[in-house]
Design a protein around this ligand. Sequence first.
Ligand SMILES: [Zn+2]
Length: 152
Amino acid sequence: MRKSLEKTLEYGRFKGVKAIKVISTHCFKLTLLINKKLSNNVVISMKKAIGINVKPPSKACSDVNCPWHGKLSVRGKVLECTVRSTRGYLTATVERSFNRLVPKYNRYERRKSKLVVHNPSCISAKKGDNIIIAECRPLSKTKSFVIVGFSE
Ligand SMILES: [Zn+2]
C-alpha cells in the first residue's frame, strides 16, 4: 500500500472515507480500504444472514451489489462451482460439471457449463477456488449470479 494513492472520497455513500486506490471516478468503482483505523466515522453494516448456509466473509466492502454488505438480495438457484477466470472487473467466470441422462442408452453423459458471476471485493475469489454462487437479479447482460462464499 502506497500512501501517495490515498484519497478522501468527496461524494457518494462513503463520503469522507479514505480510499487507497481509486480505479474510476464513478462511485461504484472505488476500491476502499475499510478498516477501523481509517474510517472511524463510517459504519459498514453486514447482514447477519442472507438465507444461505455459508460462512460470511471476514473482510468488508463497499459494493452495492454485494449480498453481504450491499443491497443485493439473493433468491432462486444456489450452485457449487469452480472459478475459471477473474479477468473482468468484479466478475468471475465459473464452471460447473454435471451428469445428464441420455435416455436412448440409459447412461449418463458428463457435461460442463460456464456462468458469468459477480465477484464482490470482500470475497474476491481467485482462479481455482471452489465457491458457492446464488441467483440474484440481473446485474448486467450476462450476470445474474453472485458469489456468496467459499465451499468447504
Ligand atoms: Zn461485501
